[in-house]
Design a protein around this ligand. Structure first.
Ligand code: NAD
Ligand code: DAU
Length: 331
């Protein structure tokens, strides 16, 4: 299969490219604008005869039209992805996540090309801590932040293009990913690299907010499963039963890194901070036979800590500017 992977130089997209090379015989073209969140190095080591990079914008209709026409399927990861940034400036989120997805939809419609649209569990809003229910495919949309609202908008566009124009698309909504090549602005890499640097980890508010962690490799295998076996027009939720509150995660990181588990700071909370995400992925498991490999969060976290220790060259250049920006907001 010749695949066009948008956002393939970002965190999850680059993990997907490594997965494709290791587990399938697909040929891959990455279309990526190389924003601050991307890095060419994340694709280093992949065979050039199977993976190539086109630097460009998913909002560039001519470029997208040409590339889509040359491929059998599009896996669409490209997005502005960080909630905190969307609170400071929503504009690029609207442009890339909504206009960019529209641009891709028009091209796959014109050329009859298969699309898998990658989205987030945040489109469903949040749950109470004691809610016995988890998000499932029929949970109503209720996004909280400019980021999650823009992703919800993109999902609605994909669903409408399937229904109105017969576009051959599937969708997935996944929970919080962790693993290699995640930007140091995000929670887990930020705290790991803080400890490496002798800075104290920073916990928003009381830290009781729950996220449902999944390793990026498991997200990749789920997307491949949906791309190859999923039913057109359907949505699949992806999760690995990894609920942890942020306080527990910071304590685990500190302990795994040989520090006292109270050596962190409480900082200003995120505006509109979602309380809890939790995914019921039983449809994906039951209908398509997918299973996560990383079932033990602590050992996945330990491997991730080792990766950041071994790849300081990869993240070092971003660290000081990320911390200065957070410090200016009291975070
Ligand atoms: P990321 O920010 O690490 O990477 C996004 C990539 O998209 C970057 O390489 C960036 O350069 C590229 N990009 C941004 N704007 C672009 C544009 N206009 N044209 C072309 N490329 C552009 O994000 P991520 O965490 O890897 O997330 C990837 C996708 O997965 C997103 O759609 C996100 O909503 C979704 N998702 C993420 C998570 C998570 O935990 N990180 C969970 C569920 C779903
Ligand atoms: O649920 C899927 C989503 O997960 C994806 O759609 C997003 O693209 C991805 O960024 C992630 O969103 P979150 O906002 O949950 O992730 P983030 O890493 O920013 O924060 C995780 C939690 O940790 C959240 O409750 C906020 C908190 N936090 C974050 C940072 C950066 C802290 O307590 N301290 C921090 O320094």
């Amino acid at each position: 299969m010749r695949l066009l992977v948008t956002g393939g130089a970002g965190f999850i997209g680059s993990n997907f490219c490594h997965y494709l090379v290791g587990q399938t015989d697909s040929e891959v073209t990455v279309l990526d604008k190389l924003t601050y969140a991307a890095s060419r190095e994340s694709l280093q080591g992949l065979p050039s005869e199977r993976v190539s990079l086109v630097v460009g914008d998913i909002c560039d209709a001519d470029l997208v039209d040409r590339l889509v026409d040359e491929h059998d399927a599009v896996v669409h990861y490209a997005a502005e992805s960080h909630n905190d940034n969307s609170l400071s400036d929503p504009s690029p989120f609207i442009q890339t996540n909504i206009v960019g997805t529209f641009t891709i939809l028009e091209a796959v419609r014109k050329h009859g090309v298969r699309l898998h649209h990658v989205s987030t569990d945040e489109v469903y809003g949040d749950l109470e801590l004691d809610d016995p229910d988890r998000f499932c495919e029929t949970t109503p949309y209720n996004p909280s932040s400019p980021y999650s609202a823009s992703k919800a908008g993109s999902d609605h566009l994909v669903r409408a293009w399937v229904r109105s124009f017969g576009v051959q698309a599937t969708l997935s909504n996944c929970s919080n990913n962790y693993g290699p090549w995640q930007h140091v602005e995000k929670f887990i890499p930020r705290q790991i690299t803080n400890v490496i640097d002798g800075r104290r980890p920073k916990l928003y508010g009381a830290g009781l907010n729950v996220r449902d962690w999944i390793h990026a490799d498991d997200h990749s295998s789920a997307v491949w499963t949906i791309l190859t076996k999923g039913e057109i027009g359907q949505t699949y939720l992806i999760g690995a039963d990894g609920e942890q509150n942020n306080l527990e995660v910071i304590r685990m990181i500190l302990t795994l890194m040989g520090q006292p588990d109270d050596a962190f700071d409480h900082v200003t909370d995120r505006a509109g901070h979602d309380l809890r995400y939790a995914i019921d992925s039983s449809r994906l498991r039951r209908e398509l036979g997918w299973r996560p490999v990383y079932r033990d969060f602590a050992s996945g976290l330990e491997r991730t800590i080792a990766w950041y220790r071994e790849h300081e060259d990869w993240w070092r250049g971003h660290k000081d500017s990320v911390e200065s920006a957070y410090a200016s907001k009291g975070q």
